[in-house]
Design a protein around this ligand. Structure first.
Ligand SMILES: Nc1ncnc2c1ncn2[C@@H]1O[C@H](COP(=O)(O)OP(=O)(O)OP(=O)(O)O)[C@@H](O)[C@H]1O
Length: 415
């Protein structure tokens, strides 16, 4: 480990830090300037972003004399405390510190207490939004103590899923979850207990939960022998989709086996499974477009609410920026987007070098000035942009002339 990761000595690190310090200082200043411009703009347009909602709310509820150690309620908060007899909070595991302070300010902190919180730390998904599951865990542990006024109620019964789903879930999580991984030990208290006995009476085939593991390296050997396709080159999403496709085809009965039987709640009868009965749940939508594409390729009808579309595709966005930049090159953002795209291929440092040629005015002015005054690799890139822009502009004009001619001909015919 020392050989691979800690080879540099202390002086080396100190020297790095000294070299980086002015850059970081500049960056910090930039962030501050950006933040104050952004705030000013939001105020002018009377708009708020998501975190503003929380922070302005907190500012309203805190007394002017409040400090981080002394969270004193303002008059507004005191009025709200009077108004609410109970404060109910759902998904408490995803509360962040600002929200927790807001809740404290509007609830009864001195009397018997009037806050009721429901949560499940196993479902904590908003850490990237500063959710603090520790707030939940701390209370979860403290409230179990008989000696304090607060009470913990374990809602262990699960009415959402069938017995085998719960058994499978408990089996997996008992093995992989503990305080270190997942903040909580998956013991008997944390287990999901089957409680919805509605299905027990009905004669139907039990769905067995399955865990499918994709071994990329093994597949690689197999595929290379079969058809020369390099398995490691395939996107992970594509690999997953192929496994889904195989499974779905088997359930539907396309692989020679009998279709999977399911219980239809509407008709109260058993029937063959159909595509519309199957849903794929994903932890995020990042891979969804690739999975949808692959399932379609495999002949499986599929629908997903994708925010992406033709105009959201990166290459289409770049081309639209290019057209905007040709129409009026003094639009900095479309111009920068084209310069950074593979059409020109500049990186951030090169873009900054060009900006330094003329720090004020439009970016286009800086670009033309840089091109006039410099030679070298970057100038070649700049020229590449001018040539591409010229070509596209000429093609565009030819098309416009053609369309104008066409309109004339059609117009004459009409006349
Ligand atoms: N006592 C009950 N009897 C029958 N069905 C119930 C009962 N309680 C809840 N359900 C059903 O179980 C499902 C899940 O219930 P609910 O959404 O209240 O659970 P939850 O624990 O709040 O879920 P989450 O963890 O996602 O917040 C719902 O379909 C609900 O109708």
């Amino acid at each position: 480990m020392k050989k691979h990761y800690f080879t540099r000595n202390l002086e080396g690190h100190v020297q790095d830090m000294q070299e980086l310090a002015p850059v970081i200082k500049q960056l910090a200043e930039l962030v501050n300037i950006y933040s104050s411009h952004f705030k000013k703009l939001k105020r002018e347009k009377a708009v708020m972003d998501f975190s503003d909602l929380e922070h302005y709310c907190l500012a309203l509820l805190l007394a002017d004399t409040a400090t981080p150690e002394n969270i004193e309620p303002s008059n507004v908060a005191r009025n709200l405390q009077q108004q609410f007899s109970e404060v109910l909070v759902d998904e408490y595991q995803d509360t962040n510190l600002v929200q927790e302070t807001i809740l404290k300010l509007i609830s009864d902190q001195n009397g018997a207490g009037n806050m009721f919180m429901v949560g499940d730390v196993k479902q904590s998904i908003y850490r990237f939004r500063h959710a603090e599951p520790g707030l939940f865990i701390d209370k979860y542990k403290r409230f179990a103590d008989e000696g304090i006024a607060a009470e913990r109620i374990d809602l262990a019964s699960n009415f959402r899923s069938r017995e085998l789903v719960l058994r499978g879930t408990n089996y997996i999580f008992r093995q992989i979850m503990d305080e270190r991984l997942g903040e909580i030990t998956y013991d008997q208290d944390a287990e999901l207990i089957y409680a919805n006995h509605m299905y027990d009476e009905l004669p139907y085939q039990l769905p067995n939960p399955e865990l499918l593991i994709i071994d990329r390296e093994k597949q690689e050997e197999k595929e290379t022998e079969d058809d020369g396709e390099n398995y490691l080159d395939l996107e992970k999403a594509q690999l997953e989709a192929r496994v889904y496709a195989q499974k779905i085809k088997r359930w539907i009965g396309k692989e020679g086996e009998k279709p999977q039987q399911i219980f239809d709640k509407t008709t109260q009868a058993q029937r063959d499974v159909q595509y519309r009965d199957i849903v794929i749940l994903m932890r995020s939508m990042t891979w969804a477009p690739a999975i949808v594409d692959e399932l379609k390729k495999q002949g499986i009808p599929v629908y997903a609410e994708l925010s992406s579309g033709y105009f959201a595709a990166i290459e289409v966005k770049v081309m639209l920026s290019f057209l905007k930049a040709i129409d009026n090159p003094r639009q900095d953002i479309p111009l920068a987007s084209v310069l950074k795209s593979p059409i020109v291929g500049m990186n951030e440092e090169e873009l900054s070098c060009i900006r330094l040629a003329s720090p004020r005015g439009s970016y286009y002015d800086a670009l033309t000035k840089y091109s006039r005054e410099n030679n070298g690799v970057l100038s070649e890139k700049v020229n590449r942009f001018f040539i591409a822009a010229e070509r596209l502009s000429q093609a565009f004009q030819r098309r416009c002339t053609f369309r104008a001619d066409l309109a004339n001909i059609q117009g004459n015919r009409l006349l």
